[in-house]
Design a protein around this ligand. Sequence first.
Ligand code: NAD
Ligand code: TDX
Length: 332
Amino acid sequence: MSKILVTGGAGFIGSNFVHLALKDRPDWQITVIDKLGYAGNKASLDDVLDKIEFVKADICDQSAIDELVKNHDHVVHFAAESHNDNSLHSPWPFVESNLIGTFRILDAVRIHGKKLHHISTDEVYGDLELDDPSKFTPETPYNPSSPYSSTKAGSDLLVRAWVRSFGVHATISNCSNNYGPRQHVEKFIPRQITEILEGRRPKLYGTGENVRDWIHVDDHNRAVIDIMEKGKSGETYLIGADGEKNNKDVIEMILENMGQDPSAYDHVNDRPGHDLRYAIDNTKLVAELGWQPVYTDFESGLKATIDWYKANEAWWRPTKEATEAKYKELGR
Ligand code: NAD
Ligand code: TDX
């Protein structure tokens, strides 16, 4: 029986990880720590609360983290401030959770001799040109653009230093853009779906030529489990499922799928410093760990995601108004 501590387990990817792990690894004993910030939603775990332990606490709280890490075998660290747009007008929570919080976890893992898997993003590599045929590899130099991605890059470097200097057992994964159920309505795909459900038009930043490499959240989390079980300490694994699409095409697909005119969207103010393109080379993950994505058809994964938001209005409704009020201030 492995005792797994999941940080940020009330967020989008963390809550989907808990659901998947309960199904695929019934011998794991799972504890979630989450501060239930604006993006944390305990309702994402409502149906499994009797199967896990839930602790409402901040990962920056040294004594809470020390006590929890001491009593577990493996920490999987999802907790972070995760939205680029927020990081552009209030960067401090990103420095706090992503850097100081990761430091607290690393130090507890070092002191108690436990294992860590650190969840990171492809955004640490910066962006690629639209016409560049190359993709990010584990050797691509770090070149983050936003306060969000720079604090994630810093957290990765802390992990690498704790492995090298203190012999901590840790792995890192850098994944591309996730989609699926239980994603906060501030993010691109859920925002557009819920705008349409509200009878409003989707909002495309700038020209919409920007490319994201979409992966279903369950494919990401299956790779995380593979890395936790088979990954080598000190190694970085890139997770992506060859899902490159530009934002304009995705908005049109959402509109069509929801029975609307595919051109019925608005262009709004662009994001300052907006990364052009992300693309992941997943060769190492596939060759060394034998991982393969299950959701290879983006349109059917997107349709299932749209259906989830249609069926779960009670989940997203409480956060929708405040999210759109924030965007209105930014002209987006
Ligand atoms: P999210 O914002 O939906 O969830 C983050 C969770 O962490 C929330 O529940 C929040 O309450 C919690 N949290 C934040 N700061 C905390 C703190 N100081 N103490 C305790 N809990 C705290 O984000 P997400 O999209 O699920 O992302 C999870 C992780 O995956 C992040 O590390 C992110 O950088 C990474 N990631 C996300 C994507 C993506 O497409 N969403 C892609 C690659 C990597
Ligand atoms: O309303 C919108 N209109 C729009 O055109 C929103 C919210 C976004 N966009 C664009 C900006 C991006 O090019 O869509 C793209 C995706 O935007 P986000 O969902 O904000 O994601 P992104 O900035 O690419 O970052 C995401 O993927 C990497 C996650 O939020 C990060 O946590 C992860 O590290």
